[in-house]
Design a protein around this ligand. Structure first.
Ligand code: AP5
Length: 224
């Protein structure tokens, strides 16, 4: 992206396993803006045994949402960092109307910033299949899939050599719970962004490159 490119900020919406994290990493490289994943930040807090991690642990293990005030504060702090001044990609936040309104308060209404909410839509059968075969690196968070893009060595990360593990919430019963939470609590925010005229709905099936091209196409109008 050139110096004069407009600042781009986006929210990636979509059920668990719709590919938000995978696409956010590609968008991060393309637009050179940070990828902010509340799930990753909470897992890091959990690993580090911080107060936030201890408070979040039980909710995450059972597939429920972590209390709003904790997450809104976390995102507020992160968005205040210098690297967000050129834009950012929010992955996994907001997850309900309260958080969406919290974001408006944090973010204000910068007129220079192009803001889009991209919703990735994928059938639940595909999701369960993707998530039960997802593996992640405990060290750097790299995401693999045992069927589509396994690490070269089953136990070690290609990128950093860290240990490859299955996320605790990627067992089928927890995946089903997370999908239910998405349907009940998160999907209504699509309407919130539709009413604001910034919702871009993108089919999230097909291969990773295909979905990426669709997202760029959907953002096209917002970037002109
Ligand atoms: P979080 O980490 O945000 O999980 P999630 O939203 O459930 O999303 P996932 O990370 O499971 O999926 P994804 O859409 O990123 O898919 P990915 O790209 O990895 O949240 C975890 C927990 O933290 C929550 O349950 C909650 O407790 C808490 N939390 C987080 N944010 C919160 C908030 N704001 N408020 C309250 N609580 C919060 O892809 C999945 C798999 O599919 C991978 O194996 C990947 O390789 C593969 N894949 C990706 N794209 C494709 C493709 N096109 N074709 C085939 N395979 C693909």
């Amino acid at each position: 992206m050139s110096e004069n490119s407009p600042k781009v900020s986006m929210i990636l919406l979509g059920p668990p396993g719709s590919g938000k994290g995978t696409q956010a990493e590609k968008l991060k490289s393309y637009f050179e803006i940070p990828h902010i994943s509340t799930g990753d930040m909470l897992r890091e807090a959990l690993r580090d045994g911080t107060e936030l991690g201890l408070k979040a642990a039980g909710f995450m293990r059972s597939g429920k949402l972590v209390p709003d005030e904790l997450v809104v504060e976390l995102v507020g702090e992160r968005l205040g960092k210098d690297d967000c001044s050129k834009g950012f990609i929010l992955d996994g936040f907001p997850r309900n109307i309260f958080q969406a309104e919290g974001l408006e308060k944090i973010f204000g209404s910068s007129e220079e910033m192009v803001f889009s909410a991209v919703s990735l839509d994928v059938d639940e059968d595909i999701i369960v299949n993707r998530l039960s075969s997802r593996r992640v690196c405990e060290g750097c968070g790299a995401v693999y899939n045992t069927k589509l893009n396994p690490p070269k060595d089953d136990l070690r990360c290609d990128r950093c050599g860290g240990k490859i593990v299955q996320r605790e919430d990627d067992r089928e019963v927890t995946i089903r719970k997370r999908l239910q939470v998405y349907r009940d609590e998160t999907s209504p925010i699509k309407e919130f962004y539709r009413e604001k005229g910034i919702l871009r709905e993108v089919p999230g099936d097909g291969d990773v490159e295909e979905v990426f091209e669709r997202i760029l196409g959907a953002l096209g109008d917002d970037r002109c």
